[in-house]
Ligand binder design. Structure first.
Ligand SMILES: CC(C)(COP(=O)(O)OP(=O)(O)OC[C@H]1O[C@@H](n2cnc3c(N)ncnc32)[C@H](O)[C@@H]1O)[C@@H](O)C(=O)NCCC(=O)NCCS
Ligand SMILES: Nc1ncnc2c1ncn2[C@@H]1O[C@H](COP(=O)(O)OP(=O)(O)OP(=O)(O)O)[C@@H](O)[C@H]1O
Length: 201
């Protein structure tokens, strides 16, 4: 039997950080952001659809998606973000589901699905446990501004384009508090894995 852990949280809450901790413990990761990057490679129909809606200016000189430019177009315009989601989410969903099926068929004991839009895109039924990484808003803003070199207003636009963290926490089976030192977070990951393994035994 496979336990699929759905790992989510707000932007810059620490999903990748937590997901690396699971990977270090030997757990395979399905990374939705990585899949989202793969499905828009040059010469894909997804990229062609994006260009037909947003125009050729979202491409770099070498025909790659200019992620920074597209991000600036969609994160302050709900309608444009919805248009982008309508193009990419069905394709991302297909890849995610086929990877989960493969792990379940192989009876891999524990797998993590790291998906920022897990709750917005309703992946609840695809997983066995919902884990939300949580930090107070002030820490989320500060980490996002530092990591992506954004102003407070730009950081807030991105934070507000998702379900609120409080809303995500309310839907969680387990909450990982990532507001302290990394070691504190790592201990919570190790504890959670112990519990999951005990339940599966
Ligand atoms: C708009 C894009 C080009 C911006 O690229 P950029 O390199 O700046 O961001 P990146 O892809 O690394 O995502 C960073 C974070 O932004 C947030 N985010 C990404 N896409 C979305 C979205 N559609 N809605 C809300 N938040 C989002 C997530 O928290 C994500 O972890 C890119 O995010 C994208 O293609 N998004 C659509 C695909 C998607 O939904 N990805 C999320 C995985 S399900
Ligand atoms: N406990 C921590 N203490 C200090 N900094 C941290 C901690 N956890 C994460 N960070 C930093 O905060 C930033 C956001 O973390 P991370 O990239 O893991 O978030 P994320 O939720 O995966 O983001 P996204 O939604 O954009 O994919 C990174 O720069 C990371 O190094």
């Amino acid at each position: 039997m496979t336990t699929v852990i759905g790992l989510t949280g707000g932007i810059a809450s620490g999903k990748s950080t937590v997901s690396k901790m699971f990977a270090t413990a030997g757990i395979p990761i399905i990374d939705a952001d990585k899949i989202a990057h793969e499905v828009v490679a040059p010469n894909t129909t997804v990229l062609a659809d994006i260009v037909s809606v947003f125009g050729g200016t979202v491409l770099t000189a070498t025909g790659q998606l200019d992620r920074h430019k597209l991000g600036n177009l969609v994160f302050n315009d709900d309608d444009k973000l919805a248009e982008l989601n309508a193009i990419v989410q069905p394709v991302i969903r297909k890849v995610i589901r086929s990877r989960i099926d493969r792990f379940r068929n192989r009876n891999t004991p524990v797998v993590v699905l790291d998906a920022p839009l897990f709750l917005e895109q309703h992946y609840e039924k695809d997983v066995d446990l919902i884990v939300v990484v949580s930090v107070p808003l002030k820490i989320q803003q500060a980490r996002l501004m530092a990591r992506n070199n954004l102003s407070l207003a730009e950081a807030n636009e991105r934070i507000e384009s998702q379900l609120s963290l409080a809303n995500k926490v309310a839907k969680a089976d387990v909450v990982i508090d990532n507001s302290q030192q990394l070691e504190e977070t790592r201990l919570q990951v190790v504890n959670l894995l112990d519990k999951v393994r005990q339940t599966a035994d």
